[in-house]
Design a protein around this ligand. Sequence first.
Ligand code: GDP
Length: 291
Amino acid sequence: MAERTPWSLSGALRGVFAKKTIDADTWDDLEDSLIQADFGPDITDAIVAELRAKVSRYNTTDPKDLHRMLREGIEERLAKLDPTLNLSARPAVVLVVGVNGVGKTTTIGKFAKFLRVHDRSVLIGAADTFRAAAVEQLATWAERAGADIVKPQAQGQDPASVAFQTVERAVSTGTEIVIIDTAGRLQTKGGLMDELTKIRRVIEKQTPISEVLLVLDATTGQNGLAQAEAFIEHAGVTGLVLTKLDGSAKGGFVLAVQEKTGIPIKLVGQGEGINDLTGFTPHVFAQKLVG
Ligand code: GDP
């Protein structure tokens, strides 16, 4: 994980945990910090209530105990969902969905590189066929990552036919992982969801889909989640990718997004570079979040 962690609570909580004893202010300060970090009121209340009960059960007044309990509590909540990517099928088909601007293209480039580093062969399908610039950008990322790409033959070609051809090529060449980019025009939500349904249907005629990854911009926090609801309702999302965590002060969003959607975070982007993508490890995240 990148070293820069603007989303860490450790600065805000330093005063709380440096005190000699837990007092009434401790709980107010803790609550304020959790709200500031975008945990949202419900999760904040639940965490504070759990910690109050625990502190009383263990009969401690030591802020260091509270610090440890907070870290363990967050880790436990994050670990309720399994962050493992399901990529064992051959080919493993990964559909990537999300609103334009969240970092979808960049994520596909980084993910392709991540897989190439692990010696997997990768074929990318450019099924966002409407934006010629998007196709070219994706082709540039594919080249950098050392992955092949199937591009539309003409601008606006049926996205489902590009997806079909991509999977067909992967099957005939024995490529291990297929990553399909999709459109993210939110203005035409109904049309977009129909398009995604069709893409899924034509792929599934050839092979099951292993993962549908929804890309979310962590800097928008819980506000951005409303935009993504249509994908969660209609696109069969199996995992979340959080991007731009390197520029986000909203560490609590990471927990909130999992608890609100019930979908595990599987990848995390923390930078614009090709290597700035990692898997999601609850233990490491809780450690960096709480300190
Ligand atoms: P798309 O429209 O969803 O395909 O978005 P792009 O992949 O083109 O990304 C939009 C912008 O976000 C670009 O300027 C990217 O460099 C930037 N970006 C994407 N992921 C990250 C990330 O993890 N961290 C930072 N800081 N910027 C990112």
